[in-house]
Design a protein around this ligand. Structure first.
Ligand code: SF4
Length: 64
């Protein structure tokens, strides 16, 4: 019962991430946290796609 499921729409950084930090500096919201892989703070993301367009290894996935 219930329809509770995690909303996945948005941009996600996958394991392909090499930790270069390019997405972090291209994000207008500064909502990407360093790590392995880097992660997007979904509650602050504007879905602008800047990280997605700038990642040198296409580690960012667009869902939804
Ligand atoms: Fe930042 Fe835009 Fe990427 Fe969201 S889609 S994490 S706002 S660069």
């Amino acid at each position: 019962m219930g329809n509770a499921r995690i909303e996945e729409k948005g941009y996600y950084i996958t394991d392909v991430c090499i930790g270069c930090g390019t997405c972090q500096s291209s994000c207008p919201q500064r909502c990407i946290t360093e790590g392995e892989p880097f992660t997007i703070q979904q509650n602050h993301c504007l879905h602008c796609g800047s990280c997605y367009e700038n990642c040198p290894v296409q580690a960012i996935e667009r869902r939804g």
